[in-house]
Design a protein around this ligand. Structure first.
Ligand code: JHZ
Ligand code: ZN
Length: 407
């Protein structure tokens, strides 16, 4: 049994073993360093003390993961648009004034705050990655380079006052210090202020078989009921929740200290659905079984491609690719294409698979492309067809294994 991040008891039981994996986003420029990257057990576990928290069993020091970070949502048009829409949505629902204080926790390269700055100039980002905070600050998006914590929240409050809105997209699952993080948000949010959190959703992970979204930087895997229990303990009320078709199923929740916001039907329906489906019981158990089947299907496919002497390269070097490849092995994959300049020329962690510019697809002409960034299928298929002249076959591994002809 491992220690649970929520109740601190040694009652977290491993339910899925994905083997040994390196830190998913730590891409090395040197092939030897990549192949010998330190690996850690990658296990999913559930707390049996009654708190039901779903988490990773091995905690890696957050500094090792986030101090230098290669993930930028701005590489994707879909995500950039999504982040821009959030500020419009907040303005529509709650009205943003020109001095409304908007804080983004895990602000990355400042993409969300850039669009929020169309509404208010009183914006602030917090991000632990030095390389990304530098990019944001250079763009004029004021960003504190640090991990968000209760201590930092007090400092921000002293200097800038309480926040009217706290936004945090894909960051809340990225801390093992959950109670301190929530204390910090509570400290900083104004009495009627609204916190908006987006997080990869456990329900979607199970429905989509997306076991590759399990990696060490995702410390926790949240159901809405678990989030609801957590925030109620801190006197923060979730008043709205829904799932968005972004990434691999993104849960968006709205919460506040104030009880003036009415709980929505969508929130209550989702809470009920999870209970009825026995999400963290029966459904999660079935998911773990399926993952082993997916592995054997993928191994069969790679073996067939190799027997047919066909060439397969990957597309997209997301963190998900690290989990998938370290789980099933390299299987003759030599290259992965990725649009991110921060990733090109580097190696997929733990492997000898080199990342290169997708513009090379037209010269390489692989027979198959294996889509690791399956969450952007549409955007990428359009590009493969129209910009990279690819007319081979595309393998989409998740939610269900599909092979499609691109022509
Ligand atoms: P993408 C990240 O996961 C990390 P990842 C993080 N931990 C998290 O929680 C989730 O996001 C939500 C490339 N690409 O976004 C860019 C192209 O090359 O699925 C990226 O390297 N061409 C914060 O790492 C990768 O694919 C394209 O046209 O799984 C996608 O990574 C597009 C659209 C993407 O995130
Ligand atoms: Zn627990």
């Amino acid at each position: 049994m491992n220690k649970c991040f929520i109740c601190n008891k040694n009652s977290s039981e491993t339910i899925l073993d994905l083997g040994m994996s390196p830190i998913a986003n730590n891409l090395e420029i040197d092939i030897d360093q990549s192949q010998t990257a330190e690996k850690y057990p990658l296990n999913l576990s559930v707390c049996r003390s009654g708190c039901n928290h779903v988490q990773i069993s091995e905690i890696i020091d957050q500094k090792k993961i986030f101090n230098d970070y290669f993930y930028m949502p701005s590489v994707s048009k879909t995500l950039t648009n999504h982040l821009k829409e959030i500020s419009k949505e907040i303005n529509k629902k709650f009205k943003i004034k020109s001095d409304t204080f908007i804080l983004d926790i895990g602000s990355n390269d400042g993409t969300f705050l850039e669009s929020a700055s169309n509404f208010s100039k009183n914006i602030l980002g917090v991000d632990p990655a030095k390389n990304l905070s530098d990019i944001a600050n250079k763009k004029g998006i004021r960003t504190i380079n640090d991990f968000f914590s209760h201590k930092l929240a007090k400092k921000i409050k002293n200097k800038y006052g309480s926040a009217d809105f706290i936004i945090s997209t894909n960051t809340f699952a990225h801390t093992p210090k959950i109670n301190d993080f929530v204390e910090g948000m509570k400290e900083l949010i104004s009495d009627e202020g609204v916190i908006i959190i987006e997080i990869h959703y456990l329900g979607s992970m199970i429905d989509d078989n997306s076991f590759d979204t399990i990696y060490h930087e995702h410390f926790s895997y949240w159901s809405l009921n678990n989030l609801n229990n957590l925030f109620s303990k801190f006197g923060l009320n979730i008043f709205d929740a829904y799932v968005l078709p972004v990434h691999h199923g993104q849960l968006r929740i709205y919460l506040s200290k104030s009880k003036k916001y009415k709980k929505t039907k969508s929130l209550n329906d989702l809470l009920d659905k999870e209970e009825k489906e026995d999400l963290i019981g029966k459904k999660l158990k079935l998911f773990c079984k399926k993952v082993l089947k997916i592995k054997s299907n993928l191994l069969d496919l790679f073996e067939k491609i190799s027997n047919d002497e066909k060439i397969v390269y990957g597309y997209g070097a997301p963190a998900k690719a690290s989990t998938l490849i370290n789980f099933i092995g390299e299987n003759n994959l030599k290259y992965i294409y990725d649009k991110s300049h921060l990733k090109q020329g580097k190696y997929l962690p733990g492997t000898s698979i080199k990342i290169k510019d997708p513009s090379e697809i037209q010269y390489d002409k692989p027979d198959y492309i294996f889509l690791f960034a399956w969450n952007f299928s549409k955007e990428i298929i359009d590009d493969l067809k129209n910009n990279f002249n690819f007319n081979g076959k595309l393998i989409i591994p998740i939610p269900d294994l599909r092979i499609i002809d691109i022509d």
